[in-house]
Design a protein around this ligand. Sequence first.
Ligand code: NAP
Ligand code: ZN
Ligand code: ZN
Length: 348
Amino acid sequence: MITANARAVFGPTDSFQTIAIERRDLGPKDILIEIKYAGICHSDIHSARNEWGQARYPMVPGHEIAGIVTAVGSEVGNFAIGDRAGIGCLVDSCRECGHCHDDEEQYCKGAVYTYGGMGKDGKITQGGYSTHIVVTEDFALHIPESIGLDVAAPLLCAGITTYSPLRHWNVGPGKKVAVVGLGGLGHMAVKFAHAMGAEVTVLSHSMKKKDDGMLFGADHYYATSEAETFGNLAGTFDFILNTVSAKIDLDAYLSLLDVNGTMVNVGAPSDALSISVFSLIMQRKSFAGSLIGGIRETQEMLDFCAEHGIAPEIEIISADSIDEAFERVLRSDVRYRFVIDAGTISEA
Ligand code: NAP
Ligand code: ZN
Ligand code: ZN
């Protein structure tokens, strides 16, 4: 077994503590990654606080992982010692179903999540707020040389979660796109939609981040707290991506879609959201969801970022500041992703 130091919570209201965790010995297709950086996704907060009701403790969150390969199994062909490697939300899948064959492992019933999942060895998986991780090479990503490891980390969830639906719904030139919520996911969505050639509008609950939104590539920016916003923008958009972590009034946002428009939810609040069917029926509108993205598409997204010079805006924090960072995310006081420097995780 390989011992790693990690930051874990033992219950939904606990603060983070340093613990030692075991990583499996390398199988023939496994690689060992020395983690350099791990992003803090809002899903880590939902999970650590058991808001989705599936928590397993102790829990080491983290599914935005970037580091360096320090050992490889005997049959590894795609990675070598010294390579830059990333891990996102998945560390394995059944490999046999239609979704796996279609490179959409995120929709496989046997998908193994990076933390809080059941590994194929029968052990609960532990995530990236740690110093080392072992993963099969098939679920590791190559991080292009031009992307720093610190900014690469958030791409592994915030990046792919926004890139995938923009691609699936063919966002590009001539399309009017709105991004709801300018947080970790939202700011990546603005950068991607702009790079894909769409006309991009940010719908944030305040005007506080307007300058940033425009800098990220938005063409327009409105505050949803201002009464006239919904009236003025009625029937405007072809596509709306909702990245908000809390409950919102879906009918109000659906009214902003043009005929045949689609609103896709990637935000994952625990509270149920409701829709009046008339919000969809009257103008043949669609409401959909989307979950991260498969490994092939995640690599495509990383290469797209390298090609277009796209990177998230980050604030690097030390491992003893995770509790404070969680609170700041909850106050929408993040610009725009916290990234943990794994080198600051002390010995357990
Ligand atoms: P984040 O950085 O906290 O951003 C969420 C943004 O939502 C905030 O910056 C804020 O933007 C807005 N917001 C927050 N509370 C709000 C409220 N009460 N009313 C209106 N707007 C509010 O979070 P994130 O990491 O981007 O994650 C966003 C959501 O996506 C989370 O629920 C997360 O679990 C989920 N997620 C889903 C997937 C997937 O595969 N579907 C993957 C990753 C994450 P403004 O200040 O601009 O309004
Ligand atoms: Zn995430
Ligand atoms: Zn499968």
